[in-house]
Design a protein around this ligand. Sequence first.
Ligand code: FES
Length: 202
Amino acid sequence: MSLRRPSKEQPETFEFNSVSLEAAKTIIAKYPEEKQHSAVMALLYIAQKQNNNWIPLVAMKYIAKFLKMPYIKVYEVATFYSMYNLSPVGKYFVQVCTTTPCMIRGANQLVEACKEKISENENELSKDNSCSWMEVECLGACVNAPMMQINNDYYEDLDKEQTLKILDQILNGETPKPGSYRGRVNNEPENNRKTLINIKNA
Ligand code: FES
């Protein structure tokens, strides 16, 4: 996984719009007085959603003031977790899991496909500005490894060929079918297997 750095190009201002403000107030109200700093992760997510799926530094400062906490603490949270994007991402945002189970099942082929179809480097927009990709830590679908997430959908049980096809589809503005690409329903066993021992050498 690459080093996470804030974008060199940053907007000068940020403030919650009315929808975000309402959502932030609802979240903060769930915490007791003096413990409201704990809402920082939720507020960062709200800011990211409002700002085309990435969080500029000025939004971290805004949240710090909003929660009356040091800016550096907000910055530390935002830069630690990979679910917060620190630079602009494409309308189609591809996250390839490269943690161990996905890696040993061929996640590097998915990364190759992203490099071929989207951009040579992570966190770089495709030529038409519609798409970007990055490597992420486990997305919790290890049983369907290797997999990637595009916006809110999971694409699972992939190989390079399938990944290239999926990326072609999104680059053509189509919506590929999410889920398993080995025909499994969710994460059911293959070959009607019911136990770990009923198919020899399975
Ligand atoms: S290791 Fe890839 S989803 Fe868990």
